[in-house]
Write a protein that binds this ligand. Sequence first.
Ligand code: HEM
Length: 120
Amino acid sequence: MLTQYHLLAIILTLSLFGLVLSLYRKGQKKPAVLLHQLMRVSFLFVLATGILLVPMMPFSLMRGAKLLLGIISMGMMEIFLMHLNKGDLTKFTTVSLIVVISLTILIGLFLPLGIYLRFW
Ligand code: HEM
């Protein structure tokens, strides 16, 4: 149940991130700033549901990595948008963001709670 809320919060956050990104790109600052603030609120839901998921299973190295990557992903989204706004976005920032978010989602989906992917 809680994992569904975690996933819902992640989908909301990533959708808002996409919207904010396209609005900043189009130069529509006002709606972009508003949705950016909303995205920060949705970060809190991701964080809260993520933290609540921790005691549901015994702690492991992969789960520890998942927590760290989750927090880093949100930080990277903020860093990315900040550089985009300043106009000094580098390929390194973009690639790191994509790598970190993909790793977080993949590790999350290989861990046993909720939707559980397994290839063996
Ligand atoms: C944008 C950031 C994040 C993304 C993209 C993300 C992604 C995911 C995904 C896809 C799952 C699998 C859910 C399922 O199978 O139903 C998951 C599970 C989980 N996430 Fe996150 N997450 C993020 C942030 C966080 C944060 C900040 C925390 C904790 C502080 C956290 C803790 C957890 C835990 C404990 C699980 C359950 C793992 C298990 O099955 O043992 N996540 N996450």
